[in-house]
Design a protein around this ligand. Structure first.
Ligand code: ACO
Length: 321
């Protein structure tokens, strides 16, 4: 049995930063409304493509691992904001990295995308099909945002995070995982005016991000908490064994509710939504990277991560660092 050890990590945060007060100059909102309901104080906006954000994060992860791009067998990009639909974003990342010959694939599970992609790449390594992969989550959520819709405009941000996975005999990396989707409720979170369902002769104005916030809130708390419990029992662990919880960053109150349900101490929970907002698939990849930078994640640490997003997709993973 091979394992897929995480040997490198990196992130790319666009330098341009938008505070809540900045948003309040163009949208009828306030710092008080946004921060008290979501915990968000700022977000970063990208002026470069999703593929460029992804490439910077991936290159940093490769440098961290000491892996040359030509060693990569797979470039997997989790995104719901691809640079182009055809060819895939991962092929541009492959070209920019110089990862000649590596397989390339984009995967879209919205906010659960990074954990889904981590599961897929890990499974290929565990099966002995490949030896080295980079899993990148990259998003330009602010490209979707319709600034006329204040309920969604304040929530999102841009950014990317990446990890390098390498085949190992050591029991490290993703060791237990569960994912799923409650599609019967997919209408409570969707963008209706992009994709082949849209008449191609229709003029598309801004994106039409439809969501029912309070419903998503409840389902996200329950979905991520239950998924964590399932993965803990799969791994035959208890919460006391977990050193760090890295949840999807959609709303600080969602994170706090999960923390209360699971009874996890404050100092074990990675939170950075205040600075980045919701970067969809990228939140966990960026948060994982920052948890290492902050010294919360040390070699051998037991990490639990959970995500919830459009679909309604969900996932939880136990990672041995
Ligand atoms: N600024 C000021 N007022 C606003 C804003 C805004 N940006 N947006 C909405 N409002 C108003 C509404 O018009 C409404 O006014 P009304 O009561 O006069 O009709 C009122 O604020 C709604 O306020 P609350 O009910 O207090 O809002 P709530 O507590 O439900 O918070 C929020 C809304 C933050 C969206 C919350 O539901 C949430 O976080 N949901 C889950 C996160 C989510 O849906 N994320 C989308 C991505 S999915 C994911 O990542 C899991």
């Amino acid at each position: 049995m091979h394992y897929a050890e995480i040997t490198g990590w990196g992130k790319c945060i666009p330098p341009a930063r938008i505070t809540n007060d900045d948003i309040a100059t163009v949208v009828d909102t306030s710092d008080e409304w946004i921060s008290s309901r979501t915990g968000i104080k700022a977000r970063h906006i990208s002026h470069v493509s999703t593929a460029e954000l992804a490439t910077v994060a991936a290159q940093r992860a490769l440098d961290c691992a000491g892996v040359d791009a030509e060693q990569l067998d797979l470039v997997l990009v989790a995104t719901c904001t691809p640079s182009t639909m055809v060819a895939n974003t991962a092929s541009e990342v492959q070209q920019r990295l110089g990862a000649k010959g590596a397989a390339t694939c984009d995967s879209n599970a919205a906010c659960s995308g990074f954990l889904y992609a981590l599961q897929m790449a890990t499974a290929q390594i565990q099966a002995g099909m490949i030896k080295t992969a980079v899993v990148v989550a990259a998003e330009r959520m602010l490209w979707y945002v319709n600034w006329a819709l204040r309920d969604s405009a304040v929530l999102f941000g841009d950014g990317a995070g990446a990890v390098v996975l390498q085949a190992s005999e050591q029991p490290l990396g993703l060791l237990a995982s569960k994912s799923g989707c409650d599609s019967s409720d997919r209408s409570i979170l969707h963008i209706s005016n992009f994709g082949t369902n849209v008449n191609k002769y229709q003029t598309i104005g801004g994106s039409d991000l439809n969501f029912v916030g309070p419903e998503i809130f409840k389902r996200a708390v329950k979905g991520m908490s239950v998924a964590c419990d399932d993965v803990l029992s799969q791994a035959q662990l208890s919460l006391d064994d977990i050193d760090v919880l890295v949840p999807h960053q959609a709303n600080l109150r969602i994170i706090q509710s999960i923390q209360q349900r699971l009874k996890v101490d404050d100092d074990k929970v990675m939170v950075n939504i205040d600075e980045y907002g919701n970067t969809s698939a990228a939140t966990i990849a960026i948060a994982l990277c920052e948890a290492v930078e902050r010294g919360m994640v040390k070699p051998g640490a037991n990490i639990m991560s959970a995500a919830f997003g459009a679909g309604l997709t969900w996932a939880a993973s136990y990672i041995k660092w």
